[in-house]
Ligand binder design. Sequence first.
Ligand SMILES: Nc1ncnc2c1ncn2[C@@H]1O[C@H](COP(=O)(O)OP(=O)(O)O)[C@@H](O)[C@H]1O
Ligand SMILES: O=C(O)C1=C[C@@H](OP(=O)(O)O)[C@@H](O)[C@H](O)C1
Ligand SMILES: [Mg+2]
Length: 168
Amino acid sequence: MLIFLIGLMGAGKTTLGRQLAQELSYPFVDLDDYIVQRENRSIAALFEQEGQERFRQIEHDALKAVADEFEKAVISTGGGAPCFHNNMALINEKGTSIFLDVSVEELVHRLRQSDLSVRPLLAGRSEAELKAFIAETLESRRQYYELADYKLETSVCSVEAITALLNN
Ligand SMILES: Nc1ncnc2c1ncn2[C@@H]1O[C@H](COP(=O)(O)OP(=O)(O)O)[C@@H](O)[C@H]1O
Ligand SMILES: O=C(O)C1=C[C@@H](OP(=O)(O)O)[C@@H](O)[C@H](O)C1
Ligand SMILES: [Mg+2]
């Protein structure tokens, strides 16, 4: 079984995905890390040198490669992955998807404490700009995220909640 975690930057896809994979004894794949290894460049460098449009093609190719390579895995996607190149159709065809629906306030709180330079869409933004950008981006991406098989809201985003979902 392939389990895909989706949601905005800061939702905890990478953090929870790693813990979930350990709990299930599944391989763990972070799509951003997979891309970094394939391309031998950081996500920030890819955005800067190739532009976002090319990054989305690279991301789509990586998603297909991961889905072909693994029979079972927990796959943490990047926040934009579900929203380009019809990737939600691919994700839902190949596995089970879970949308981590974390509130704008909580996302901003977490991201403020993180290193923004590793997320090129957020780099250099003031706190007010960050909040506005996160709110707008969540609103425009929600239509894709809502195509997930399951949704977990902020208060119940945990490994226990995910394993309970999958066992039902
Ligand atoms: N459940 C959580 N509660 C509090 N902070 C969290 C939680 N999950 C992740 N974080 C923090 O939020 C930030 C973003 O987490 P990350 O797993 O990288 O998110 P994503 O991969 O969805 O962008 C990190 O600093 C991480 O430590
Ligand atoms: O939301 C996005 O468009 C992006 C999210 C990032 O992943 P995380 O969601 O793990 O931060 C990474 O793929 C890239 O910076 C673009
Ligand atoms: Mg991540």
